[in-house]
Design a binder for this molecule. Structure first.
Ligand code: GLU
Length: 412
């Protein structure tokens, strides 16, 4: 799918769309059309059977006008250059929208983590940092978790970095376990921010109290959001992991689903649910794509029936599909706003690391709420003022902020 819908082409198309509105000069557009630095690494890893296997990895440092590059590392078989570049651009917009003094970057390794032993996973994670340690760091570029990377992986990466740097530098990476300088609240931050945005949008659209929700993706973002939405009283009617989709029109007991997934490793066969093929075209009030990019595309967009879409994945809707959703009057809360809670708390994690003083979970989540509310209001008002979609407004806001920083620095 990613070849048909090249993710970085999507980034460029999105930029073209707001070029006139943002009054972007050609020079600014040129800088924002390619990463500042793109690195490919080939990582030899000793496998448990004694053989050496080489894994390909990338780091795309897109823009650091507003502060150090910031963005996660994805471990997935479909990682490629274009995807990593696109994700690094979206991180640049995201940090700008949520107003943290950071730029944007992203990394990835082409690997199916389900095929690795724990030891192999550790050696691969360390190899990635060994290859890149001179271009990452608290004042340079700050990695974090993404698809199929965890707090444990961040801890190995931190350790490898600190061994090489011969000093403690906890702020070189975020999403770490609390035991090694992570922030309380970071694990659930993306979902907490997402629920805040979802509730604000649902209220704005006058959706029913017990609005129905379908969530695609059951990882740290989709799975946590499912639990939070259920606890908040939404009727979660459908959930999908990477292999199956379960549905119950009366609503699923998400706590029971979580336990079932823990025990069985899959959603398939959850008692009282029906297995269905397609979560995206269900008759629901709210649809939450929380998996990978290019879920809603020209081929399926006409069948989407939700009234509100909250993008918890990065880039789940292609620009062509996005236009059709706008024509159908379906409100889309864009990724760079909806899922910004993760990087917002990553920033708070770095602040705590720099001060070597740590906040309670409540303090962290309160700060997150304020940051999300400010971003939401700014985007919503701009969208009303200019009569543009929320995505256009979020991108416009972001690009203006990045362009202003570039201008102040004399880059453009
Ligand atoms: N990978 C997450 C994202 O796409 C978090 C990035 C971060 O905290 O740096 O937003």
């Amino acid at each position: 799918m990613s070849n048909l819908h090249d993710p970085f082409d999507n980034v460029l198309n999105q930029l073209q769309e707001i070029k006139t509105l943002a009054e972007l000069k050609e020079g600014v557009l040129a800088v924002l059309s390619a990463p500042k630095r793109f690195i490919e690494v080939n990582l030899p890893v000793r496998m448990d059977d004694g053989q050496v296997k080489v894994f390909k990895g990338y780091r795309s440092q897109f823009n650091d006008a507003r502060g150090p590059f910031k963005g996660g590392v994805r471990f997935h078989p479909n990682v490629d250059e274009s995807e990593v570049k696109a994700l690094s651009a979206w991180m640049t917009w995201k940090t700008a929208v949520v107003g943290v003094p950071l730029g944007g970057s992203k990394g990835g390794i082409i690997v199916d983590t389900k095929q690795l032993s724990i030891g192999e996973l550790e050696r691969l994670s360390r190899a990635y940092i060994r290859a890149l340690w001179e271009v990452v760091g608290p004042e340079l570029d700050v990695p974090a978790p993404d698809v199929y990377t965890t707090g444990q992986i961040m801890a190995w990466m931190l350790d490898e970095y600190e061994v090489l740097a011969r000093r403690h530098r906890p702020g070189m990476i975020t999403g770490k376990p609390v035991a090694v300088g992570g922030s309380k609240g970071r694990v659930q931050a993306t979902a907490v921010g997402g629920l805040q945005v979802l509730m604000a949008a649902a209220k704005h659209l006058n959706l029913p109290e017990k609005a129905s929700v379908a969530i695609q993706g059951f990882g740290n973002v989709g799975g946590t959001l499912a639990g939070l939405a259920y606890a908040a009283g939404f009727k979660v009617v459908a959930l999908a992991d990477s292999k199956s989709t379960i549905y119950n029109s009366e609503g699923l007991d998400v706590v029971a689903v979580e336990n079932y997934k823990k025990q069985n490793g899959t959603l398939f066969g959850f008692p009282g649910s029906k297995n269905i093929n397609d979560i995206l075209t269900l008759e629901v009030d709210i649809l939450v794509p929380a998996a990978l990019e290019n879920s809603i595309i020209v081929d399926n967009v006409r069948d989407v029936k939700a009234r509100l879409i909250v993008e918890m994945a990065n880039g789940p809707i292609t620009p062509e599909a996005d236009k059709i959703l706008a024509e159908k009057n379906i409100i889309v809360v864009p990724d760079i706003l909806a899922n910004a809670g993760g990087v917002a708390v990553s920033y708070l994690e770095q602040v705590q690391n720099a001060a070597n003083y740590y906040w309670s979970e409540i303090e962290v989540l309160q700060k997150l709420e304020v940051m999300m509310a400010e971003a939401l209001t700014a985007v919503w008002e701009l969208s009303n003022d200019k009569k543009i979609t929320l995505r256009q407004a979020a991108l416009l806001l972001a690009v203006r902020r990045v362009a202003e920083a570039m201008k102040s620095r004399g880059w453009v």
